[in-house]
Design a protein around this ligand. Sequence first.
Ligand code: FPP
Length: 237
Amino acid sequence: MPSLSNPESRALPVHVGIIMDGNGRWAEKRRLIRSQGHLEGLKAAKRIVKAASDAGIRFLTLYVFSTENWKRTAEETGFIMGLVKQYLRGELDFYRENRIRIRHAGDLRGLPNDIAAELAAACEETAPFPGMQVVLALNYGGRDEIVRAVKKLVAENGETPITEQNIRSFLDNPDIPDPDLVIRSAGEYRTSNFLLWEGAYSEYYVSDVLWPDWTKEEFDRALAAYRGRCRKFGGAA
Ligand code: FPP
C-alpha cells in the first residue's frame, strides 16, 4: 500500500523502518565478543519498540537478519537466532499488555524450524491486536522479496499483467503502507537490501550512534528530523 502520509500532514511517520547496525563495532570498541554486541542490540530493540509505541507509530519494521547475514559464522548466526527465540518468548507478555501485533517479512522457509514455528505462533496470537504492528524482517532481503512476489504473481495468475500494483499485492505485507522514514544506526549510508520496493520514496535518517546505544532520545531525534523533511514523491515542490 502506498504511504498513508501526505506531504502536508507529515508530523509523525505512520511507518518507520530501522536498519539496526553497529552491534559488532559496539562490542569491538569494548574488546568484547560480537555476540555481546547483539545481546545489547536486543535490549536496544526492546527500548525502541516501546518508544515507538509510546510515540504513536503505527508500523515499525526492524531489520533483524538479512538473507545475506547467513554469510557470517555459524556461531554468530546461531547466536542471533537464539536471541530471536529469546525475544519472541520473553517479550510476548509486553506485546500482549500493549496489544502490539507481531508480523514477519522475509522467507520463513529459510529459517530454522523452531524459529519459524515460534514466529508463526507469535504472529498468529497477536494478529487480532489493534495497537502498533512490529514487523520482524528475518531472513529478509529486498531483492528476494521482489523475486518471490513476481514468482507468486506468475504462478497464481498466469494471465495477470505484470504491473506495479500486481507485484505489490504479492509482497510480504501488502496491506502495510510504505515506510515514511527509514532509520539507519552506526553511520553507514546504504540500504543493505532493506525494503527496496517499499522504500522507494522513504525519507532516510542516518545516525552515527551504534545500535546498542540507541535510546528513546535518539529515536525522538530521528522523528524530529523527519518533521523537517519536505516530501515530493517525484513531484515538484
Ligand atoms: C547488525 O550489526 C546487526 C545484526 C545483523 C543483528 C541484529 C540483531 C539484533 C539487534 C538482535 C535481535 C533483535 C530482535 C528484535 C530479535 P552488525 O553485527 O552488522 O554490526 P557491525 O557492522 O558493527 O559489525
